[in-house]
Design a protein around this ligand. Structure first.
Ligand code: DGL
Length: 279
């Protein structure tokens, strides 16, 4: 790995398996527009949600190394699946010898910390990809912070493909939105808070709201992750100095750049221009 030097400030890197992390980037950038950002989507190999631990780890590590080479000192894995399956290994096994002064942060821990302020009765539902739900990462993190909570995970394997295929507003989406909500609430009827634990799901928010009982709160991650990152940067002034500040943003994808630009513009509700890279 050819690391740019450790002193020159660089952009914050945001990584996702595809488009989903754009909903995280959007939250972060609205709160901290002064910083520079690089977004990297591994669209050529998405989805990660159905892949094994080993493969998600290997792909995510390649992306992290590439973002380091592009000058990032701070990287957010804006993907629940990568945070669940790769973050800990990267932090514990790779960073110490690759780049001990650089940081890679995930989305699960900050989300769980915030969950406590939403639920009143401690019955929480988590919607996620099969990878995230089967990793049990949310259950384990929630049990550490809130041992009395009852957490129920619901795999939603069809929600990412619905979003990826721009079907999130179509009548076809209603069937799978209703189905997964019903599956979850059948298993715990007392749930008062659900987390959209996949960065693609905010695009289905209108439909999820429509089919969810009105007493159930729906929590999305963009704002939560942004607040937590702001807090992290405030507590680490040495890292703040290593973030460049021109308010710029660059988008990179491992797929076709035009395809990414078109779909990314849907996620962000604004026109973007991406560049293609290989990992
Ligand atoms: N964006 C990913 C997440 O938050 C899901 C997409 C995928 O399966 O790759 O889990």
């Amino acid at each position: 790995m050819n690391l740019a030097d450790n002193k020159t400030p660089g952009p914050i890197g945001v990584f996702d398996s595809g488009y989903g992390g754009l909903t995280i980037l959007d939250g972060i950038r609205s709160m901290m527009p002064e910083y520079d950002y690089i977004y990297l989507g591994d669209n050529a190999r998405t989805p990660y949600g159905t892949r094994s631990f080993e493969v998600v780890y290997e792909f995510t590590l390649q992306a992290v190394k590439r973002l380091f080479e592009m000058g990032c000192h701070l990287i957010i894995l804006g993907c629940n699946t990568a945070s669940a399956k790769a973050l800990r290994s990267i932090q514990q096994l790779d960073l110490p010898h690759l780049a001990p002064e650089r940081r890679v942060l995930g989305v699960i821990r900050p989300t769980v910390e915030a969950l406590g302020s939403f639920t009143r009765n401690g019955h929480v539902g988590i919607f996620g990809t099969p990878g995230t739900i089967r990793s049990n990462s949310y259950n384990l993190e929630i049990a550490k912070l809130y041992p009395n909570f009852v957490t129920t995970g619901q795999e939603c394997p069809l929600w990412v493909p619905l979003v990826e295929n721009k079907e999130f507003n179509s009548p076809g989406a209603d069937y799978f939105v209703k189905k997964y909500i019903a599956n979850l609430l059948e298993r715990d009827a007392e749930i008062d808070t659900v987390l959209l634990g996949c960065t693609h799901y905010p695009l289905l928010l209108n439909k999820i709201r429509e089919h969810m009982p009105p007493n159930v709160k729906i929590v999305t991650q963009g704002n939560i992750v942004a607040k937590s990152l702001r807090n992290y940067i405030d507590r680490h002034p040495e890292m703040e100095q290593r973030i460049s500040k021109h308010g710029s943003i660059k988008y990179f994808t491992t797929e076709n750049a035009e395809k990414f630009s078109e779909m990314g513009s849907v996620f962000l509700s604004q026109q973007i221009q991406a560049q293609s890279i290989s990992l």
